[in-house]
Design a protein around this ligand. Structure first.
Ligand code: SAH
Length: 371
């Protein structure tokens, strides 16, 4: 796949209006989204979509006459949603974390649980939804039976009010809750933890929903153990998370740029760099879209994602390989770490004409050199 193909927006006519999709966004046919879109009754008034993804649920609320605010924090989804909003009146897209939604401002809140991002993320989503609802407002909650829907519905009831499950299809569930109690403002604190990497004791910060939020991922550790000295080099960190790879490199003297599509992760990285007094450019970016043309690097490092919205999808990892190749100077080196079952070396060899396995075990560390 070429990078242009990854970045392309595709327009899809739906009975509710045109919807734009792109790679890297949760599938439109995700059962939780489709069931919620088919069930939700929004009606006129202000509605909030707190996990819009492809935007299917936002469109359903729009079609029912609501004016919709879609709060999304992932860049890939934002790019598609912004295109959708240009062609559907009444849809307002915000690049924002759920807990930044205004209080008591919405008659309807729609939420597809992001269970794949962990309990802290779900709790933050639910607290944000509860506070954003006006008294008497309705919360429409969707999730998967196997992804803990019942337990999360219990949490939601305590925060919002009485609930009724109104739709089931396969493992997907939708419940409606009516807000009958005051909400306590969400208290969102980053989790802080320390790790020793490349001979330094480092402190990291991770907001809810961020990858590997309580310890540095063992795969990322392995990449750092198999990496040359980067002092004085320009390093690009693709899918940087809270900066597990790039903070130690910045402190050893590399000049680092972080690309990260999750706002929660990008803000976490910013906190870690600021607390360490380290210089680093953190860009909220879908793969390399936020990087100015003509910026080139000596080294690219990555521990790429292989899920999108809980489904195994390799589009983003494939785009990372293409972006690494296009952003390296001749002679530049791309270090990637992955699970052995993922055959990234095929793409790396195709792109770079070479690939070496620097380490194999529970994970593999691969290196390609740009001609
Ligand atoms: N480098 C970090 C995080 C690795 S996990 C570490 O080693 O801990 C992969 C990261 O890629 C996640 O933070 C995820 O949010 C990010 N990501 C997923 N899709 C992306 C995309 N389209 N563009 C940029 N980053 C993306």
């Amino acid at each position: 796949m070429e990078l242009a193909e990854y970045h392309a927006l595709k327009k899809l006519p739906t009975p509710q209006g045109p919807l734009y999709l792109k790679r890297g966004v949760v599938r439109m046919d995700d059962p939780n989204y489709s069931l919620l879109a088919g069930t939700i009754e929004a009606g006129p008034g202000a509605a909030l979509d707190l996990n819009p993804g492809s935007g299917l649920v936002s469109l359903a609320m729009l079609a029912a006459g609501a004016s919709v605010s879609a709060y999304e924090e992932r860049r890939a989804a934002l790019r598609a949603l912004e295109a959708t909003a240009r062609e559907n009146q009444g849809l307002q897209v915000e690049a924002a974390l759920p807990w930044r939604a205004p209080r008591s401002a919405f008659k309807t809140v729609a939420l597809v649980l992001g269970a794949e991002r962990g309990n802290d993320w779900v709790r933050a989503q639910l607290e944000a939804a509860a506070c954003a609802l006006e008294p008497g407002g309705s919360m429409w909650l969707a999730g998967g039976k196997k992804q803990g829907f019942e337990r999360y519905l219990n949490w939601a009831q305590k925060l919002v009010g009485p609930a009724e499950v109104v739709a089931r299809a396969g493992g997907a569930r939708v419940a409606v809750l009516e807000k009958d109690r005051p909400c306590a403002a969400p208290k969102i604190e980053p989790q802080a933890f320390s790790a020793r990497l490349r001979g330094r004791e480092l402190r990291f910060y991770a907001l809810p929903g961020v990858f590997s939020a309580d310890e540095v991922d063992p795969a990322s550790r392995l990449l750092l153990e198999n990496l040359e000295s980067t002092s004085g080099l320009r390093v690009l960190d693709l899918g940087a998370g809270y900066g597990a790879l790039s903070l130690p490199l910045a402190l050893e003297g590399a000049s680092v740029t972080l690309l990260e599509q999750s706002l929660a992760a990008a803000e976490s990285a910013r906190m870690g760099f600021d607390a360490a007094g380290a210089a680093g450019e953190v860009l909220h970016s879908d793969v390399d879209e936020a990087l100015p043309e003509g910026s080139f690097f000596d080294i690219v490092v990555s521990n790429p994602p292989f899920h999108v919205g809980g489904h195994v999808v390799l589009d983003v990892a494939e785009a990372f390989v293409a972006a690494a190749h296009s952003r390296l100077r001749p002679g530049g080196r791309f270090y990637l770490v992955a699970n052995p079952f993922l055959k990234y070396e095929v793409w790396m060899r195709e792109r770079f004409g070479n690939v070496r396995e620097l380490y194999t075990g529970q994970y593999k560390v691969l290196l390609s050199v740009k001609a």
